[in-house]
Design a protein around this ligand. Structure first.
Ligand SMILES: [Zn+2]
Length: 183
């Protein structure tokens, strides 16, 4: 009888062992980050200087939604073929990064209401949702405003010439521009 108990214990140990191993593996499958919520995925805090205009940076487009990243690469390559370098002055932000920017704006402008005119609270920013990119310098943003729609990129706000959003449906036409991001 003893060998049966030993065998049973061995099976149980093996099964528990497999479960313990299976848990970290399941997390690995999700891009190795263990962050399933897109809103919590951060983007770079900054990046190297934009080669065509030192007032701006050219961040890696890390953290964008996968289809948005592919569409961004397509857009940037198209711009390059026209001799235009579209720098990513800002792309993905996490909720925490957006909150920090908002808190800084509240400090600068005095109230949350005034701050919201310049920086959106985390729940409302499409940078947090991973489908917005701020393009600089102005000449590159102008190129995207003119040619981006064919690649699914549209300018959305009158007061932000640099801010573009991706939606596959935009390939058939851009929505009407809004006065600003708070409207
Ligand atoms: Zn923006």
């Amino acid at each position: 009888m003893t060998w049966r108990i030993v065998a049973l214990v061995a099976v149980v140990v093996a099964a528990v062992g497999a479960m313990v191993v299976a848990v970290p593996l399941a997390v690995e499958v999700v891009g190795g980050r263990g962050l399933a919520v897109l809103e919590d995925v951060p983007g770079p805090e900054s990046g190297p200087e934009c080669p065509v205009d030192s007032r701006y940076v050219d961040e890696e487009p890390d953290g964008l939604r996968q289809d948005v990243l592919a569409a961004w690469r397509e857009l940037r390559a198209a711009a390059e073929r026209d001799g235009v370098l579209a720098c990513v002055n800002d792309g993905k932000r996490s909720n925490a990064q957006q909150q920090r920017e908002f808190d800084e704006a509240v400090e600068k402008f005095g109230t949350e209401e005034l701050a919201a005119g310049y920086v959106l609270p985390p729940g409302k920013s499409n940078h947090v949702k991973g489908f917005a990119v701020d393009v600089q310098p102005w000449s590159a943003a102008e190129w995207v405003a003119e040619h981006g729609q064919a690649h699914g990129w549209c300018r959305r706000y009158d007061n932000e010439y640099w801010h573009f959003e991706y939606d596959p449906d935009y390939r058939t036409g851009c929505p009407e521009m809004l006065p600003d991001a708070t409207s």
